[in-house]
Ligand binder design. Structure first.
Ligand code: MG
Length: 361
């Protein structure tokens, strides 16, 4: 709920929108948790604060990283900060997330992840043993993702001002092909492939945070994603767009791509895999798995002629063994994402308007 001192300010067009729409899409005088949720308020920060200040062709592409031409080579450059709570959870920890998250954003640009930086913000009083555990996990994750940590930084903030440990990583990847993999390359008729089941990461975090014991325990899907992407590229398949399904889950990713590409995306609910444990946990907690964060899942938009072969290739790799074809791109209504339910009804899959799961990554 909004605090009284944090009522939305009237913004451009806000009176007309605010009168009829309960969604908090106006400007707020203070930052809310939902500004970090990957939904409408995150988009509002981008549209009203960051893009007007820094806008340039690489940033305006609204991709998982910037694609840059440097001395005749094309690279991808990306950064991400990690504030997950708790630091350790079933299937991963903040260190694994910080390596795989940034490496995966590079992979989603079609770039081979190569070099990472790591910035640590440590809270006074953090046990050194905790830091060592996180760093060791990062070392193992970097080996698994075949990236090197080549530069870094450490800062310490006062006790009570840092919640233990935050990590920022930035990364550089090398683009070794001519294809332009980006939301703007999505075309009508493209088939949407999903690399596996949804919701494990979010529910793994939440089960620890809420003290819920699921049997068997739900583990995060946190994993590096370059391998299946590399296999698609090596087979000559040129996905039009790739996107990992982190904050805001499948729905936010599809909405962003529908908006940037000016296309409509139609999804078949029956084709979207969700394991029973995640479905049950979501029901108990009143969450929609379509909006829950993943850390080892992505969607690939491919030409219909490539769809069957691409699916076979994805299924040949452990991390994407559960891949399915979940929908299709239409010229239709720009920015619209729809879901056809198991009984055939079609509804709009809207962006998240509030914050479903804060501090998830
Ligand atoms: Mg991403």
């Amino acid at each position: 709920m909004d605090r009284p001192e944090n009522q939305p300010l009237p913004g451009p067009g806000a009176s007309a929108v605010g009168a009829s729409c309960p969604l908090p899409i106006q400007r707020y005088p203070q930052i809310l948790m939902a500004h970090g949720g990957g939904g409408t308020l995150t988009q509002e920060l981008l549209d009203r604060v960051f893009l007007p200040a820094f806008g340039n062709p690489a940033l305006d592409a609204a991709h998982d990283g910037a694609r840059l031409d440097v001395a005749g080579r094309t690279i991808a450059f990306s950064t991400d900060s990690y504030v997950v709570r708790p630091l350790f959870f079933p299937g991963g920890d903040i260190g694994r997330l910080a390596i795989f998250g940034t490496a995966n954003d590079l992979a989603m640009c079609g770039a081979r992840p190569r070099w990472l930086s790591a910035g640590f913000i440590l809270e006074e009083g953090l046990p050194v043993e905790t830091l060592v555990r996180v760093v060791d996990s990062m070392r193992q994750a970097a080996a698994a993702a075949r990236v090197e940590l080549v530069t870094g930084d450490t800062k310490v903030v006062d006790k009570g001002k840092g919640d233990g440990l935050y990590v920022n990583t930035a990364g550089i990847g090398v683009v070794e092909h001519e294809a332009r993999i980006a939301p703007s390359a999505v075309r009508p008729g493209d088939v949407v492939l999903l690399s596996g089941d949804l919701g494990r990461h979010g529910m793994a975090i939440l089960s620890v945070r809420e003290g819920l014991a699921f049997e068997p325990p739900i583990e995060s899907d946190c994993a590096p994603l370059w391998e299946p992407v590399e296999a698609l590229l090596a087979a000559g398949i040129r996905p039009h767009c790739l996107r990992d399904l982190t904050r805001g889950g499948l729905t936010s990713a599809l909405n962003e791509i529908a908006q940037t590409s000016g296309m409509q995306i139609d999804v078949e609910e029956a084709q979207v895999p969700i394991i029973e444990e995640v479905r049950g946990a979501c029901e108990i907690l009143g969450l929609d798995p379509f909006y829950v964060a993943n850390e080892g899942r992505f969607v690939a938009f491919v030409d219909p002629a490539d769809a069957v072969r691409a699916l076979e290739i994805l299924r040949g790799h452990d991390v994407s063994a559960g891949a399915t074809s979940i929908g299709r791109v239409e010229a239709g209504t720009a920015g619209l994402v729809t879901l056809r339910s198991r009984i055939g009804a079609r509804r709009v899959l809207d962006r998240l308007s509030g914050e479903q799961l804060p501090r998830i990554c």
